[in-house]
Design a protein. Structure first.
Length: 228
C-alpha cells in the first residue's frame, strides 16, 4: 500500500509530495489548488510587517506580510541572503520602500555577542530597525501554529518564490532502521525560510496589545526615511 504523499507524487504530479517527509506538503498543496498562490500586490494603505530568521554565519530569511482585520495574511515578498550583516538587511528594507509596521525576530536576537558585548537587537536599533521578540516556544508547537495559519495565507508566487521553495523542502529525515521519520526537522537550506514563517505564525497567535514599534516610509533622496 502506498502513502497519500506517494499517490499524489505518482498520479497527481504533486511538487510538494515529491519531497519525502515534507512537513507542509498538504498545506502547500491546498494553497495552490485553492488559488492562494498567485499575484498578491502590496496594499499601499496597510503597513508591512517583517518576520526574520537571523543566521549566524549562514542565511538570514525575511518574510514580508500584510495582515487584514478579518484574519487574512498576505505574504507579499521574501528575501534571503548569506554571510551578510545587519547593515545589509537594513539597506534591503530601505530599498524595497514599504511602509513598515512591526519587525519580528526570534528570542536569541537578545543574546550579547562575545566580541562587542552588544546584542543584535541593539545593533539593529542603531540602524533604525526596532525589533519585537517572538515568543520562544518548542519547534513542534511552532509547526502546529504554522499549519493553523496556512489556510489564511495568500502568497505572491513570484516575489515569495524562494520562500515557498523553503516551505516545500522543509522536511523530517527518515530513520531507515526504525522505518519512521525523525522528530527534528532537517537542518538545511530550507530551514531558514521555514523558521521565519514559523515565527510569523507564532506571533500571529500572541496578544496584540502593542502598537507598531518601528516604521519606514519612502523618503526623498538624502533622507534616511526611518521613523521610530
Amino acid at each position: 500500500m502506498i502513502t497519500q504523499d506517494e499517490y499524489n507524487q505518482e498520479f497527481e504530479c504533486s511538487f510538494e509530495a515529491a519531497v519525502k517527509g515534507a512537513i507542509y506538503a498538504g498545506e502547500l498543496e491546498q494553497a495552490r489548488s485553492s488559488g492562494r498562490v498567485g499575484r498578491v500586490p502590496a496594499d499601499p494603505i496597510l503597513p508591512v510587517d517583517t518576520d526574520w530568521d537571523l543566521g549566524v554565519g549562514d542565511s538570514t530569511a525575511i518574510w514580508f506580510s500584510q495582515s487584514l482585520k478579518g484574519g487574512e495574511v498576505r505574504l507579499i515578498d521574501y528575501y534571503e541572503a548569506q554571510g551578510e550583516g545587519l547593515p545589509h538587511y537594513a539597506n534591503v528594507l530601505r530599498a524595497k520602500g514599504y511602509v513598515y509596521g512591526q519587525h519580528w525576530a526570534p528570542h536569541d536576537i537578545q543574546v550579547r555577542e562575545l566580541g562587542s558585548g552588544r546584542s543584535r537587537i541593539e545593533t539593529a536599533k542603531s540602524l533604525g530597525i526596532t525589533f519585537q521578540v517572538c515568543p520562544n516556544i518548542p519547534i513542534e508547537d511552532g509547526i502546529h501554529a504554522a499549519r493553523m495559519l496556512f489556510p489564511r495565507c495568500y502568497f505572491d508566487g513570484d516575489k515569495t518564490k524562494a520562500g515557498l521553495e523553503a516551505l516545500q523542502h522543509y522536511r523530517r529525515d527518515y530513520n531507515t532502521r526504525l522505518q519512521e521519520f525523525k522528530a527534528t526537522p532537517v537542518h538545511d537550506f530550507a530551514e531558514h525560510g521555514a523558521s521565519a514563517f514559523r515565527y510569523l505564525a507564532v506571533r500571529q497567535q500572541a496578544p496584540k496589545d502593542k502598537a507598531p514599534s518601528s516604521v519606514y516610509r519612502s523618503a526623498p533622496s538624502g533622507s534616511t526615511g526611518w521613523l521610530s
